[in-house]
Design a protein. Structure first.
Length: 329
């Protein structure tokens, strides 16, 4: 009929001709829509199962400069302390894990995470955070800060409490002048660099020397700890009335400190060991005696017998400095 498109095979060789068997699956055959079977669509794959998110925070937030004898956890102000946080599971980008420092302010101290108040984690793996103390902890308020991980307001992990405080380390000395009159020896000035890098941050820290004489009882101390935020001076001298013959008097010296911000005391100061010697010998040419007083950095352990400022043996690696002076007795 006019206007009717017939799909009956015609017997010629053109595409769509009857040279193809009716119902075959070849292109151009009579297997058009509604005239045969079609291939099933591929099955849709299921999305991967969501794994619960878990976060691991180190229990102790503790700067590497903290001595092992210091039981309280702390970080210094002004410099970074690295903390590795581990995250496992499938994380929805719309629900990141938030890291913050709980308990800040009110004298507890303040710190930042990578320079900001908080840090969001959006992928699994290990992330190294950089915590920096901003405001130091006030005395009697230690261990109130915690590194906390939350997701949608739910806490996933937390550290133990820690504080922000600078501690002394790396003791050095320089020569001032000779002891004269009834004494022979040297006067010196100490210096040290706290782990924060600023000496004034030690305003709540005190230092005490530990001196061990094997043959001589040291003079009794009037007090124990001296303020470390200011200049410290010392003297190593003997009375001339005691210098009557040849002798060698060695002394081992180390330092300990207390930190009011973490309520810690009797802590060995890093790199604060020294060896002191008083050597009396005959002058050449004579007559008479001369004394050489020397001091140099050395790794030492000193047990001070002073009863005003008591402690156990204090051990430390070598401090910095070397001096030797000779005087007539």
């Amino acid at each position: 009929m006019p206007g009717t498109l017939q799909r009956t095979p015609t017997g010629n060789n053109q595409a769509g001709s009857g040279s193809n068997q009716s119902g075959s699956n070849q292109a151009g055959s009579g297997n058009g829509p509604g005239s045969g079977t079609t291939a099933a669509p591929p099955a849709k794959s299921s999305p991967p199962a969501m794994k619960p998110v878990t976060v691991t925070i180190p229990p102790d937030i503790r700067a590497d400069s903290t001595p092992k004898e210091m039981k309280k956890n702390r970080i210094p102000p002004r410099v970074n302390t690295s903390v590795d946080v581990h995250l496992k599971g499938t994380l929805d980008p719309s629900m990141p894990v938030n890291l913050s420092i709980d308990g800040q302010g009110g004298g507890n101290g303040e710190a930042t995470i990578d320079g900001k108040a908080t840090r969001d984690l959006t992928s699994s793996g290990t992330t190294t955070l950089h915590l920096k103390g901003k405001t130091q902890t006030e005395p009697k308020q230690d261990s109130q800060l915690r590194l906390v991980a939350t997701q949608n307001g739910k806490q996933l992990a937390s550290s133990r409490g820690f504080s922000v405080s600078a501690i002394p380390q790396n003791m050095s000395f320089s020569f001032d002048n000779l002891a004269k009159g009834d004494f022979r020896g040297i006067h010196i000035t100490y210096d040290m660099l706290p782990d924060s890098g600023v000496r004034g941050d030690l305003d709540k820290a005190g230092g005490a020397e530990r001196v061990e004489y094997p043959t001589k009882k040291p003079e009794a101390l009037k007090h124990c700890y001296s303020t470390l935020s200011k200049t410290m001076k010392d003297e190593h001298k003997l009375r001339t009335s005691s210098l009557t013959s040849r002798m060698t008097i060695p002394a081992k010296q180390t330092f300990m400190f207390k930190d009011e911000r973490t309520n810690s005391e009797g802590i060995p100061m890093k790199n604060s060991g020294f060896l002191i010697k008083h050597i009396v010998k005959t002058k050449k040419p004579g007559p008479g005696l001369e004394i050489t007083t020397s001091k140099e950095g050395a790794a030492e352990k000193a047990q001070d017998r002073d009863t005003v400022c008591k402690s156990g043996p204090i051990q430390s690696d070598s401090g910095t400095g070397s001096e030797s002076k000779t005087q007539d007795v």
